[in-house]
Design a protein around this ligand. Sequence first.
Ligand SMILES: [Fe+2]
Ligand SMILES: [Fe+2]
Length: 375
Amino acid sequence: MSEYKVLGREDANSIESILADDAIDFGTAVHATQVGGDAIFTWDYERTREGLGKLYERAKTSQWNGSTDLDWSIDVDVEKVAIEMQAAIAQLQERLLSLPNSPLKSWGEEQWTKLAIEAFNWRMSQFLHGEQGALICTAKIVETVPWIDAKYYASTQVMDEARHVEVFARYLDTKLEGHYPVNPALQLLIDDIIADSRWDMTYMGMQIMIEGLALAAFGFMHAFTQEPLLKQLLRYVMSDEARHVAFGVLSLQEYYQGLDGKEIRERQEFAFEAALRMRDRLMMHAVWEQCGIDRKAITRMLFEVKKPGVNPFQAALFSKIVPNCKKLGLLDAGDGWLRDRFTEIGVIEYEDAPDTEVEYALLDAVAQDREAASA
Ligand SMILES: [Fe+2]
Ligand SMILES: [Fe+2]
């Protein structure tokens, strides 16, 4: 694997490195990080990118209002919703429980319920923080992307992300008890994206990687929950997110065509590192710790049950990221470096899952129905 060191680690799966990253404190009141790149003014106002133009038009008519389109009067039975949601990872729990000497063997119903509630709070908290990351990243895209059509579109995404932060914050504040701070693997990735001076890296990190994961996770929760407020909230957010990922794919497909082999390789490495960060983020260390299982023990156990398919959130993540990388030509570019890495971490089997363009068409239909209903 040449001299390349992923995330500066000896080994992508080094438990010590994962735990060291996980111990980083991003502050209690604010976190400041340096923004990289130039603000680009373009004097070319001609509308030449039809695909982006269409997305921009779509975005203008797909705006919804977080305070009036959702029924905030609905009472939420947190325990019930948390348990519904946890059913998504029943198989993973089963596998962790069956490991020899598993500390979970002594758990009774009360502890499993606590885990479900903590995991629910944690997931919603990470969505909230991730949405703020998206808000800041898309504001950065408005500044740094050189194309006028992309500046227009990205500005609509800024508004979308503000709305997403708003609704997740309101759900956490009014329906749940307890927030979690940002997961370090997630914030490390967001900080890298913001620090990078190359404008396309913001798209790669945010629109492809983080929003790819968001779409997958929202889809899961939407499928598992019966709670009407959350279900509606997720549906709305997902129809926006699908458009956001489509924006990323469309922009990068064009831009990558003009890059040379060395530059493409840098994008492959970035994509792989981001994928690992996302994988590490799903380990939910803080939740396990809250439930009395230490970080090192749970990390070991998660590697022992290994196959990413056992964790459906992880499977869903890679079933978005791998096909989107393929669509962008990153999987097989050069000597197929990224294909080899994804093979090594056991996720290459997802390469033919439906990419986001297919999904965008489906989710956008929801937005159209909503418009028709309100017309
Ligand atoms: Fe969002
Ligand atoms: Fe988004």
